[in-house]
Design a protein around this ligand. Sequence first.
Ligand SMILES: [Zn+2]
Ligand SMILES: [Zn+2]
Length: 325
Amino acid sequence: MSEATSPKTVEPTKPLPRRNKGKRGLLVPYLQTILPWFAGLAMICSAVIAIDWLLDLQLPVVKRGPMIFGAVYATNLIRYVVFAGGAFFAFYVVLRRTGWFAQIQNSLASWSDIRREVLYSLSSLAIFAMIGVVVYLGKLAGVLHFYYDGIPTSQPYFWFTVLAMILIHDAWFYWTHRLLHTKYLYAKVHRIHHQSHNPTPWAAFAFHPVEAFVQAIILPIVALFMPLHPFTVVIWMLYMTGMNVFGHLGFELFPKNFLRYWPLYWHNTGVHHNMHHRCVNYNFGLYFNYWDLLFKTNHPDYQAEFERVTSREDKTMPEAAKEPA
Ligand SMILES: [Zn+2]
Ligand SMILES: [Zn+2]
């Protein structure tokens, strides 16, 4: 990436209409999006339970499914609250007054935006827990491959799987994200995530149920052909959650020269995904920038915007602009 061009302020290319303002305006569209999918899931679960009871099959999904679902949901909820809640508290409550980190946009999200991000994230966690049950059943059936022996950190294969998991997920995210930006899928599915024009860490999992499914299904797909240690999954999930929260943080953590040097600019920044929420036809990558570089989908002003944000003398914003509406 070359020297920065003259910095320009990046404005939204096509701002979506503001919706869901206030409590009454948020709940109805939320339920309209979520309920059909969860009602469908409940019907499938009821049918499986009824068949199990009628034929006395004693299916493991009926016996242990709810427990696995509850355990995965609780674990993911802790992950979400610790990462998103921790980042929100640190940056929106404590650090924003210090001016140590660059606030990317002039104003912060409103409370109704935050409510919407939390509600959709909580429903995504249910989809992730459902995939957790699929992983459990797949492992039980011998279709999905996990191994447990030895101290994994001393095995080269373990580190190979950590790297492979991250690179495969990065490619999966980029291409499914491009697909979600096609006209039909954007209108029906991905629009939910883009209701946040200036996201907060709480938007890390704010997805339509279909998008939550698409994102989580990569784990069982990889475990179909590559045996994974549970620690591999843990390290990948920590990095994934960290990058998701960083991309939606609203503050930039990297220093101003970060994009001037290879290979640093191969790693995405907070500004990169924040810009995607303003300029929806650019910046599709998750962890690394090479897919956007290769397919020329970086915003033309990405580096200039990054340097504008990180070069500001006063990284804080006027008090009036900082208060959530
Ligand atoms: Zn986003
Ligand atoms: Zn998008």
